[in-house]
Design a protein around this ligand. Sequence first.
Ligand code: GLC
Length: 473
Amino acid sequence: MDWTESTRRSFLKQFGAAGALALAAANAEGLSLEGAQNAAPAANSSADQEQAATRQERMKWWHEAKFGMFIHWGLYSVIGQHEWAKETEGIPLAQYEIIAKHFHPKPNAARDWARLAKKAGQKYMVMTTKHHEGFCQWDSKLTDYNAVKQGPGRDLVREYVEAARAEGLRVGFYYSLMDWHHPDGALCKTDEAARRRFVDYTHGLIRELLTNYGKIDVLWYDVSWPLTPEGWESERMNEMIFDLQPEIIVNNRNGLPGDFTTPEQHITAAEVGRAWEACMTLNDSWGFNRFDDAWKSPKVIVDNLATCARGGGNYLLNIGPEPDGSIPPDTQACLETVGKWLDTNGTAIYGTDRANASGNVNANYTRRGNTLYIHQHFWPGHTPAAEWLSFYQPEAVIAIGGLKPKVLSARLLKTGQKIEFTQDEFTLRLTGLPLVAPDQPATVIEVECDGEPTVNHDSMRPLWPRLKADISV
Ligand code: GLC
């Protein structure tokens, strides 16, 4: 599909006004939590304003999606020691280039990734089209250091795009501005002629990516070393991107705010009103690392996903396929388990709203409107204290201090089973629960409230009833 100027104008006409109105409404409300997560940072140039006006509409699918697959795959996968090997090991360029001749992925490897992403409940994919090593995974006319002219002999970006679309997944391109291969990749910092050449090359590569593969949903820039946003001409870069792909969303790593913030290897919610996505690895490496066995468990992944959703953010979880594109077995197994859990518990994740609730060691929370989802990952079972503490029972009890407001009903999401409860101004006690967790890696309990649920036990701390000062024990 050719995204022409008229496509762009009709999109702006259709959504621009609505987006601007919604934004104004959110501002007028003092940025309510739901409205706020789609709102924009202050816009400066007229291009910024145009992007801000369409932001809410462009990002609707993304906010609902919550969960995406990141894929780091390139020449570094052949070495299998993390995608920074060229630099951390100081591999000479002439040696590194030889890898390109030995990169022979199996046909359509991306189909297996897309199938796995779908199974895992991920709604979009973001693949490294060019990582710091500078190797272009597509049929570029601007360099021979590309997948068609080298070992693979095929356009790997096209295979990836087609695979994602075949599974109904949104398509994202990761693109590293930093380039260890191009002759001007470092010189551009100190030499104006080199900067001019390198910026033209960079804009040209991005233009190819956003012209030749139909509708692209996300552009995910990375590392802007060694130039400033002015040096990269990032304003002009983004304008070109929105000209070519009016509905695209872009991250903030070309030095401009873009549409969303990208905390890396940690989950930190952005301020209310700012979209964010935590990108994280499944072991400790982005690119395939055959020696890295620090796999996170499905329990950790499901909990991370809930933490992102709780803060109104997304979770972009990485896989590092092997050189031939195969998915490492630990990756496959973990994502399948997560997907099974999402089959029954997806309603507690997709399309949820930012929640004002702090989790605890045993449980996490998400929220949609007046519904609170308790994600109990450590199920309480039986406590011997039940023999002499009436607070507990022979069956399992889940108690939450600091939950407001009034609870109307509660049920297990997995089975629909109704749950009995008592509530006073300090505590909600869910009672008569089975002794064994009904679901793994977390059991979700859906709690209907008569207003927006919040969980904040430390704000209750000053209010907990205490002993009177004149009573000695
Ligand atoms: C860092 C790393 C890079 C990785 C990226 C993912 O920028 O340099 O290797 O691709 O994080 O967010």
